[in-house]
Ligand binder design. Sequence first.
Ligand code: ADP
Ligand code: ZN
Ligand code: ZN
Length: 727
Amino acid sequence: MPKLVTVAVPCPLRRGFDYLWPETLGLEAEIGLRVSIPFGRQQLVGVVIARDAVSDIPSNKLKAVLSVLDEHPCLPPNLVQLGRWAADYYHHPVGDCFQQMLPVALRKASPPKDKPAQYWRLSADWEQLPEIASRAHQQLSLLAVIRQAGQLSRRQIKDLGYSNAVLNTLINNGYLQQADAPVTPQPPSGNTELALNSEQQLAVSAISNSLGQFARYLLDGVTGSGKTEVYLRSITECLARGEQVLTLIPEIGLTPQTLERFESRFPGQVRALHSGLSDGERYRSWQDIRSGRAQILLGTRSAVFTPFQKLGLVIVDEEHDASYKQQDGWRYSARDIAVKRAADHNCPVVLGSATPSLDSLHNVGQDRYQLLELRERAGVASKPDIRLLDIRQQNLDEGLSNTLLDAAHDTLQAGNQVLIFLNRRGFSPLLQCHGCGWVANCQACDAKMTAHFGRRELRCHHCDAREALPSICPQCHNSQLIFQGPGTERLELSLKRHFPDVDVIRIDRDTTSAKGSMQSLVDGIRDGRPSILVGTQMLAKGHHFPDVTLVGIIDIDGGLFSADFRAPERSGQLLVQVAGRAGRADKPGRVYIQTHCPDHPALLALVSEGYQPFAQQLLAERQLLSLPPVSFSAVIRADASSLRCAEDFLAAIRAELAPGDTRWSIVGPLPAPMTRKAGRFRAALILQAERRPILHRQLAIACHTGDRLPKHKSLRWSVDVDPIDLF
Ligand code: ADP
Ligand code: ZN
Ligand code: ZN
């Protein structure tokens, strides 16, 4: 009997493929090995996911594995199991799942180049060399930077904005010589003496006592309540048992400060894994964790697939954060997979947040998760005072009410900082003609163009279309064009006008697109001078601004009235997260929320009672309507060059499914609220069921049908299990 293996092949088909395992390979067929295989006319890299397969295809028709790319399996059996489970659960092609589970460096057949970083410092005799011409600004500036830093790697130099050519000129002219990698200074691993408060103590002992067994915790504590301290202590306990730790953080939460805090507590034992690293750097972190050379992995979404020698604790910080859910292709939730991994490894998992997701709160209600609460802020910081500002019939100056402006004035006078939050970048979300009512719409989307004043552009924030800002109405040639409503750019200008003597710093995607610019803006704020920060949700995460004592929230109403039932949850979380930036340290903070609906029950609950009662109220509504997380849902989306085409495809899938009953329901095909996006028409089928197995049975039929249906060439479709957006 010839030996067969099943291989996950990176292709869009929802199954593994069987291959012969020839004796000539000279290696045992093992699960988790990467192999090179023929596929159609291509040669691809796949992962062995089963051996001793029995194929219904006669073996003389089967192709053979060409070569084995690893000496030892690059994924351990538990991860191969997890990958197969996740492919089934998310109804996604197994080959693509395995492809994404591997670091980029391992997705190709050629062995990854594991080049150590090259460091450069000033050469011993650089002062004896002829002076660099004063017009060679770049060379002079780089020389000064390296002199100050001691030594820098090629990559760091590149990140600072210097070209390779400048660096090479300095090297070739003898100004620089190779240096050893800098020794990470071993900061005093202090802080450990910090006396935990009683709630922290309780949390740490609960987690520590369950090391070695599967247990799920929700650590619920406001920003600054000392959650990170709880993580760090629990990690210490885990390391003492000789086990490793997986810590997930949202992309934007992985700031240099977070990394420093972990590294200074556990020198040399931490590895990072995030999109800011090169493929080589990511591969090295992955290797160090897999081999056990390092104990703690601090990473974003895809880090959840890293192999560990001996995983003993899983932590998911800011568990409510939407960035844990991949939003295209394989739509997995890293938070949910993290819980599954903890179960596989028989270890505790801690989900932490100041604003827990309704999913996790529901799990607490069902006694699946244990709740650990940190009600007080650690140290001396006190709770901010939150107030609703009724702006109905108020005179607004470019969106700012007088009450808010007065409060900002007082705050700055007292030497403190102000944060103004508006989740809308650009100058104005709507450009309109006063003469004929013309509105600047996007040609490709059912959406308005946003005006960007500084760049003199109209931009669509959905498809990125750009046009020059018109000076007269294209329809009636009237020159009275009005900007309706503010964006962050407009607020910045308006605040500069009101407060000409203080720095106004804007933080949004437009001002932080260059690498490192976010950090330098944040550093500017953290030096404490009276200043005003204005920005989008980028301000809500990761960074703490100890001198901000007033937070103004300009427009929260949009989130209260969205077509998606999850919108109020998200608005509430955002609001609390933004409010949490204020009054760290020992300065009490104030939060003013401008609204046209001061009587909105959920908003009132949030402001007067806090996030927990607000969330419980939303959860009760979901219960009443049997919406997730009380029930389970999936969305099948399709988009095409015409709405008809997308809807017909979904209708054909629906026709194959059982008619809904009391245990499950199906809605659609429905056009998405913004039906046309980037020139494509979008529609969805929404499935909802009392229990998961019912949902998955229907999804399996839907995928089977969808794969086989004849399709218009413009049609694309996808399945989203446990979606976080309806459309
Ligand atoms: P979170 O992660 O919930 O935002 P942190 O763990 O970062 O909170 O703690 C907030 C601040 O309070 C940090 O500066 C931290 O060093 C400090 N802190 C945490 N726990 C204590 C404690 N028990 N006593 C004094 N200060 C503490
Ligand atoms: Zn006009
Ligand atoms: Zn558009």
